[in-house]
Design a binder for this molecule. Sequence first.
Ligand SMILES: [Zn+2]
Length: 683
Amino acid sequence: MRSAWAERDAKQAVDGYGTAGIGADLALRIYSTQLLGRDPKLVMHGGGNSSLKTKERDLAGEELAVLRVKGSGWDMGAIEPAGFPAVRLDPLRRLRARKDLDDDEFARVQRAFLIDPQAPSPSVEMLLHAFLPAVFVDHTHATAVLSLIDQPNSEKICAEVYGERLGFVPYIMPGFTLAKKSAEVFEKNPKAEGLILDKHGIFTFGADAREAYERMIQFVTLAENRLQKNRKTIAVAKIPPQLAPVTEVAPILRGACTLRDANGEGAHKRLILEFRTGDAILAYVNGKDAARYACAGVLTPDHVLRTKPWPLLVPAPQGGQLDGFKQAAQQAAQKFIADYKAYFERNKARTKGAMLDPAPRVVLVPGLGLFGMGASAKDARIAADIAEAAVEGIGDAEAIGRFISAGEADIFDLEYWPMELAKLGARKGLPLEGQIAVVTGAGGAIGAATAKAFATAGAQVALLDIDVKAADAQAKAIGGSAIAIPCDVTNAASVHDAFNKVVATFGGVDIAISNAGAAWQGKIGEVDEATLRESFELNFFAHQKVAQAAVKIMLAQGTGGCLLFNVSKQAVNPGANFGPYGLPKAATLFLVRQYALDYGADGIRANAVNADRIRSGILTDDFIKERSKARGVSAQDYISGNLLGREVTAQDVAQAFLAQALALKTTADVTTVDGGNIAAALR
Ligand SMILES: [Zn+2]
């Protein structure tokens, strides 16, 4: 591992932050923290922290010794001055005289000595930084170091690799006791340049930012070099030659890991999946002893928050034998959940908290790779990143010896430590969290508004449109994990590909909003058949293609689902010369009922929205002008020509779709969103 320190960048940081009145020491503290945070081999997703001891003035102007320490929840790679709350150092150090400090006191101490009462809470490792004398203290969970110390004989290996240069602290969970013990270990060998925290990570010290940072690089490099010596290869298990594709495996696993609604009302707790593969991952998941090493615990205890104490390992999915795989995956997931509950029961005396959800967060699939899972695409990505670090770290630990983790009780303590749980932030608990929604015609007004409404409700959304540029612009406007996919809904292969892309990205489909459509006109006795057939292709058969593709995935998941269709006022109340548009829409209205009937027993609901006069690609401003002129009314009177006299918008239609998606006991429903039109009212 090379040092990324660049004098020119360091100087730029000092000059840049200097203009904002920030001292050179803090500027360099920020600079080197960013260097650490940007290398995933050192720091990932909130693991690791750093600090500086300096002098600053408090709000009354008095100069004090302070600890600038990383704030909880800040990402080191993107840290800024606000991410380093200043804490009065002297009272923190005086705490060392205490015998213990319980969680409630610890939480108060985290905020009691802040210079700025509005600053973020300092890291849970704040006291460890405070009790050590070095001016600059850096801490990481470097993967290579973890491979050395997640061993039965870790102390001996550290002595061999680091000699007296690093102190060795036995595993204690973060907090007051670990801080005290670390200071004691350091005081026995005050020449130490840092500390190893067994089964957890590494600290380095420096008189300046560069020294602490480059010592980190040096010690991690020594670990990397040691990992290259006397390696044994991992024995590979027999994998069937024909494997099922990821797009068929993912919905099965997603369904198997869904926590079913105990009340039978369909309010399942679903997860989003992110797939990863590659040579290193395959060597790991295909290992003969994978069930031992991959399930022996976490690489460093705070990974448990994202990955649970162990992953779910399923059998290799043999091609053409998915029924057998589905059964095996469901059994494995049920066993995981039962094992997690037993783990909680064994350890629950150690916490005041209730059991967290028992679903896995990482699935290892021999022959294919691994999946990270989470309530959102972001959480799934983080779980997959950490799982990949485990593949590397545990793989290397096995290559030089035998991987062991911190003990079960220690991992449990961390998983249920309120200070760590606070890092994850309060869960928003949005109504569609964990669900995946596909919207067709999403580049248009109604589709875009619908995609946005579903994303706001917590769903991951895929925006399909034949005009992928339009869909892409809308996906970007929604932000987050929203994706745009090109799709011609009248083409079966295009629909198949688009749904495969959704499954490859998020792991499945829960809600399909079949919205794409276009209007054709013509007097029915004279219209040519080609026009009628063209309209049927888009306004009927395309809905059928989309619904069929969605249902196939929903059945593989086995957790129900929701089909939503955009029918039109034309389906129930024909307009003159609008037969080519109204006829297929009327057929689509019956398609809704047929799906509701045929798949109700599978928990799949089918509903439709019957909207009218929405400004969109079908009802353009020019068209409105033309129609209003023909009727001798103003454009505004035309567009709001309904019983309520209110213009109906794409957002109103989107909210109707959302309400149908959330109404778990409603199927075969048609919701009218037209401001009131008695002639088009459903009976
Ligand atoms: Zn740590």
